[in-house]
Design a protein around this ligand. Structure first.
Ligand SMILES: NC(=O)c1ccc[n+]([C@@H]2O[C@H](COP(=O)([O-])OP(=O)(O)OC[C@H]3O[C@@H](n4cnc5c(N)ncnc54)[C@H](OP(=O)(O)O)[C@@H]3O)[C@@H](O)[C@H]2O)c1
Length: 223
């Protein structure tokens, strides 16, 4: 087991629907959590032990946030719950949308891993949330799915590499989850999704996996 009580944790996207739930569960389990995001009110509502405001698309801001998070010692748990979504046909995709999707969903986990991996304790766990779309892409979500598949692929390679440093890397791929993300799309309008997974359930599965060294992956079927 990865002991969460007394663990030092960093949650990127702690202001979000999943990030806030993961943050509050980690704190309840006895971890000290640095929560990072852009919305100060939602960050403080997450219950994080301390908070940092940063636009994580900027690698300099990412590095500064991680520098502060590791000031008290190496990290045991890192969760990346940062993400944005966009909808619409390929013919209507514009370059700004594609850029923001890839910066947020693909570059952020790569910047985070690059910056934090040397600052994690052996036995630590790094988890990023890609989503079921990284397993099979869908019409109207092609660029979002591609950005998530890039994040998933990165985690696969990073995970194999990080084993030597005894860092476990998890890629979580839940299906549609009721956090309101789909209503905050940066472009387009969400299709009529059937009722999604509960955000509490998805956070429960992720936090249980953070604590369980035998879990090496979180495919859609784990949710
Ligand atoms: N909800 C779903 O159906 C679903 C399904 C599968 C996978 N996922 C993935 O799960 C993750 C969490 O999603 P969610 O449903 O919890 O969405 P959410 O509530 O909208 O949370 C998204 C988080 O990303 C942060 N964020 C976005 N851009 C950022 C930036 N440039 N710099 C810093 N923080 C940034 C937001 O911070 P601020 O609000 O403070 O800006 C927020 O904390 C995402 O990667 C999402 O793609 C979600």
């Amino acid at each position: 087991m990865t002991v969460l009580s007394g663990a030092r944790a960093l949650v990127l996207g702690a202001s979000g629907g999943l990030g806030a739930r993961i943050t509050s569960q980690l704190v309840a389990a006895g971890a000290t959590v640095v929560g990072v995001g852009r919305d100060a009110d939602r960050l403080s509502a997450s219950g994080a032990s301390s908070t940092l405001l940063a636009d994580l698309r900027d690698p300099v801001a990412m590095a500064a946030a991680i520098e502060q998070a590791v000031a008290g010692g190496p990290l045991d748990v890192v969760v990346n719950a940062v993400g944005v979504v966009a909808f619409g046909p390929v013919a209507e995709l514009d370059a700004d949308t594609v850029e923001e999707l890839f910066l947020t969903n693909a570059f952020v986990p790569m910047f985070a891993a690059t910056t934090v991996v040397g600052r994690m304790a052996p036995g630590g766990v790094f988890c990023t949330i890609s989503g079921v779309i990284a397993e099979q892409n869908l019409p109207g979500m092609a660029a979002y799915g591609a950005s998530k598949a890039a994040g998933r692929s990165f985690s696969e390679g990073f995970g194999r590499e990080a084993r030597r440093a005894k860092i476990r890397v998890l890629d979580a791929r839940p299906g549609h989850t009721e956090t309101g993300l789909a209503d905050r799309a940066i472009a387009g309008t969400a299709p009529n999704f059937p009722a999604g997974l509960s955000a509490d359930h998805v956070a429960d599965v992720i936090v249980a996996a953070l604590a369980d060294d035998s879990v090496k992956d979180l495919p859609s079927t784990a949710f």
